[in-house]
Write a protein that binds this ligand. Structure first.
Ligand code: HEC
Ligand code: HEC
Length: 198
């Protein structure tokens, strides 16, 4: 590598590092209104508020844009997202995604594990593992959310909201078609299993 190219590479790395720090600071200051419910590091203290720590940036951006456009209806979050710009959304998403999610300890649920890994062929419920992955980490490119370690109370609410159609911003009805086929018992069990995944 010649000296000019070397200088260029080092210069670009420094610039990128500074930009990262600047975004983090911007994200942190913009996220101050969120932390009362979602926690300073995205690990909400109360189970009715979803954890945002370790979630994919792509997923956080999608949800915030859709709270803002009211494609995803939920009063609190519609109000919170209303005045956010695209840059705000990106900075805040990167801020919360950068933290480590705190794991939950739950009792093992054989039914939940079965649904997660194999679905329910009788009712044509597909295996969750197919999209959300063996350890519940989802897929940032496909915008499949990270689920592992999320509060089971929030997972139950999300699945019930898909089931009733109250939450309907899932492309091609992916999650509504699945949740419709889950019984109450299966929802509780699979939520418990997911919460315990690491
Ligand atoms: C007063 C409490 C409160 C505040 C403040 C708040 N949120 Fe929320 N947030 C919620 C609740 C409740 C939900 C769950 C909504 C639902 O049930 O669909 C939620 C959901 C979300 C979700 C979707 C998570 C998922 O996994 O589906 C994101 C992203 C989010 N909030 C980001 C933010 C951001 C960014 C801010 C600050 C600009 C913020 N929230 C401020 C209560 C709050
Ligand atoms: C074909 C792919 C696919 C399969 C199979 C699948 N999911 Fe999903 N899931 C998604 C997508 C995509 C989303 C995000 C939808 C959106 O953008 O709002 C999602 C969202 C969710 C959410 C909301 C998470 C949050 O933080 O907002 C939960 C909970 C969930 N899925 C649970 C499950 C469970 C339980 C199963 C198995 C019974 C399952 N999923 C099977 C694709 C899938």
């Amino acid at each position: 590598m010649n000296i000019f190219r070397f200088a260029l590479v080092v210069g670009m790395a420094l610039l990128a590092g500074n930009a990262g720090a600047a975004n983090f600071a911007a994200g942190k200051s913009k996220a101050q209104v969120c932390i009362g419910c979602h926690g300073e590091d995205g690990n909400a203290a109360v189970p009715i508020f979803p954890k945002l720590a370790g979630q994919h940036v792509s997923y956080l951006v999608k949800q915030l844009q859709e709270f803002r456009s009211k494609q995803r209806l939920e009063q609190t979050m519609n109000a919170m997202a209303e005045s956010l710009s695209d840059d705000d959304i990106k900075d805040i998403a990167e801020y919360f995604a950068s933290f480590k999610l705190k794991h939950e300890t739950v009792a093992p649920s054989p039914l939940g594990e079965k649904i997660y890994r194999t679905g329910n062929p009788q009712t044509r419920v597909p295996a969750c593992i197919g999209c959300h992955g063996p350890n519940g980490s989802g897929n940032p490119l496909a915008v499949y959310p990270h689920l592992a370690g999320q509060y089971s109370a929030f997972i139950v609410k999300a699945l019930n909201d898909y089931k009733s159609g109250e939450r309907n911003n899932d492309k091609n009805r992916i999650m509504r078609d699945i949740a419709e086929r889950l019984s109450e018992e299966e929802i509780a069990a699979v939520a418990e299993h997911i919460s315990g995944l690491q």
